[in-house]
Design a protein around this ligand. Structure first.
Ligand code: COA
Length: 138
């Protein structure tokens, strides 16, 4: 199964997938998020396309210290087929090639169901609290 940076024409499909997967929030514009990540030199949106359908995504970014993964989603109809593992492993390869030695991701407190999935793939609770602050008014 081939995973590659999505082409710009797939941005609406990625945004729809993220919406279906419950990953969108009113303060994030998923289309703008995808455009920005695709335009960046150290970031991308990886997609798994099969039979012309975008079935899984992961946004990746290397920040000069760590590799980060966002917007991990598999189409509801395609879950349980191993595509989540395929997209995460592709994200890890992309980030390793970008120079990252460690990969990190954030899971919302309300999304405890996904913790087991990440543990199956070798991820551990990093025992850190994530703090945030807006730099622009949203
Ligand atoms: C989480 C998600 C990406 C998993 O995708 P998937 O394609 O169903 O996962 P896979 O079939 O590749 O499963 C990979 C492994 O994790 C396990 N797994 C998957 N979902 C699991 C769950 N909810 N609980 C426990 N284990 C799970 C599978 O059994 C499999 O184990 P194995 O490879 O050792 O046999 C998908 O459910 C999804 O898109 N969820 C909604 C969006 C979301 O929450 N994203 C994460 C944001 S942080």
């Amino acid at each position: 199964m081939n995973v590659a940076p999505i082409t710009p024409d797939l941005i609406p499909a990625a945004a729809a997938l993220w919406h279906e997967a419950g990953l969108t929030r009113p303060w994030n514009d998923p289309m703008a998020d995808a455009e920005r990540a695709l335009a960046g030199a150290t970031s991308s949106v990886l997609g798994l396309v099969e039979d012309g359908i975008l079935r899984a995504t992961a946004m990746v970014g290397e920040d000069g210290h760590r590799g980060w993964i966002y917007y991990v989603a598999v189409r509801e109809a395609d879950r349980g087929r191993g595509l989540g593992r395929v997209i995460i492993e592709a994200a890890e390869r992309w980030l390793a090639e970008a120079g990252a030695v460690k990969v990190q991701l954030m899971v919302r407190d309300t999304n405890t169901a996904v913790i087991d999935f990440y543990e199956r793939l070798g991820y551990e609770d990093a025992e850190v609290a994530v703090l945030g602050k807006w730099l622009v008014t949203v």
